[in-house]
Write a protein that binds this ligand. Structure first.
Ligand code: ADP
Ligand code: MG
Length: 352
């Protein structure tokens, strides 16, 4: 049985949005789960989620509702996934990392440092009956190449885009392969795994991965908003007086921006890149949808294999696992179209 929690979060208006539109926002809160959304043609839509975090919501509230249950289960060897979705600038990374992962106000700390702390707290409170260890990996899925194949006799242009997986703890490993093992499930072949024994160590490793991501970004002339960033915590649980080893995998995903690229603004590589990103996001939507729509006892096809992203997430989205999706949006009328598309993605994922 997999459980799915889907939430929406609106960040505060940015100063630019305020300059352009004053204090106007396109949402009206009804309650903690429901709001009205007004698009640019003044048409109103009602949306309901498991929880809505409005502009004044705090990072701690998001963690408590969306992440804490998943963290507690991971220590009990139940896999989990926490995903942030939304257009670039909507608050995905702010929700995930906070302003900085190492130093920032307690109040502003993001999900990631809270998850780290939560994992170690849970381990501590599980007492002496079990021995736990935590390993950490960090990878980025980026678009490697776009190839155009002209099939002249058919008057067709086929586009092959390839996604690569890069190890953010070791940038020399930039083409990690996904493997499936009977005993361990989905594996990233040869990926660096760092054993972390306390929150400080974990945060330092994460921070080096984040710094590496920025280095790669400059080297490849690629915006981080065009790649998916994946944080993987593997929690091993060894029951004393018993030689069983159980494992819980907790994966956090800061997705590439979901924005649609305007046909007029983007050409060639940028346009193809955007199409590919949207494809991998729509595969994610299809997978989540297939998981939530599955009728009990009836096997339905879940298209995990249609993208590298969903393949990596396969055993922490499907099976006995918990998933949380945070749909991040701007509240400004100037971003209404993208916000609407983000909210619809969330609703579609939730729809049963
Ligand atoms: P994304 O990762 O989706 O591209 P960011 O997380 O980088 O977007 O957010 C864009 C900007 O908005 C950043 O300057 C960030 O600090 C700010 N921001 C996002 N969410 C919030 C929030 N909940 N509270 C305050 N500022 C926020
Ligand atoms: Mg970001």
């Amino acid at each position: 049985m997999s459980s799915m929690t889907i939430c929406a979060r609106f960040r505060p208006l940015s100063s630019k949005e305020r300059r352009d539109h004053g204090d106007t926002v396109c949402i009206r809160c009804i309650d903690a789960e429901t709001f009205l959304f007004k698009d640019e043609k003044d048409e109103e839509f009602t949306f309901s989620f498991d929880k809505v975090f409005y502009e004044k919501s705090e990072q701690a509230q998001v963690y408590e509702f969306l992440a804490r249950p998943i963290v507690e289960d991971a220590v009990d060897a139940i896999n989990g996934t926490i995903i942030t979705y939304g257009q670039t600038g909507a608050g995905k990374t702010y929700s995930m990392e906070g302003p900085s992962i190492l130093v920032c106000d307690e109040q502003k700390r993001g999900l990631l440092p809270r998850v780290v702390e939560g994992l170690f707290d849970c381990i501590k409170s599980s007492g002496g009956t079990m021995k736990h260890s935590i390993k950490l990996s960090m990878v980025e899925i980026y678009m490697e190449k776009v190839r155009y194949v002209e099939v002249e006799w058919l008057n067709l242009t086929q586009i092959h885009s390839l996604w690569g997986i890069k190890d953010l703890f070791d940038l020399s490993k930039d083409n990690i392969q996904i493997k499936e093992s009977k005993s361990q499930g989905i594996l990233l072949n040869g990926v660096t795994e760092i054993s972390v024994s306390d929150p400080t160590e974990a945060l330092q490793s994460l921070s080096s991965g984040i710094a590496n991501r920025a280095v790669g970004e400059t080297q490849m002339n690629m915006a981080s908003s065009r790649s998916h960033c994946i944080y993987i915590f593997t929690v091993h649980q060894e029951v004393k007086r018993d030689d069983r080893l159980k494992t819980g995998k907790l994966i956090l995903v800061d997705l590439a921006g979901s924005e649609k690229v305007e046909k007029t603004g983007a050409e060639g590589k940028v346009l193809e890149e955007a199409k590919t990103i949207n494809k991998s996001l729509s595969v994610l939507g299809n997978v989540i949808n297939a998981l939530t729509c599955g009728s009990p006892g009836k096997a339905n096809h879940i298209p995990f294999r249609d993208s590298k992203l969903t393949r990596i997430l396969q055993d922490s989205l499907g099976g006995n696992s918990r998933t949380a999706l945070l749909c991040c949006c701007s509240p400004s009328p100037s971003n209404a179209l993208e916000s609407l598309s983000t909210l619809r993605f969330g609703m579609r994922a939730k729809h049963i």
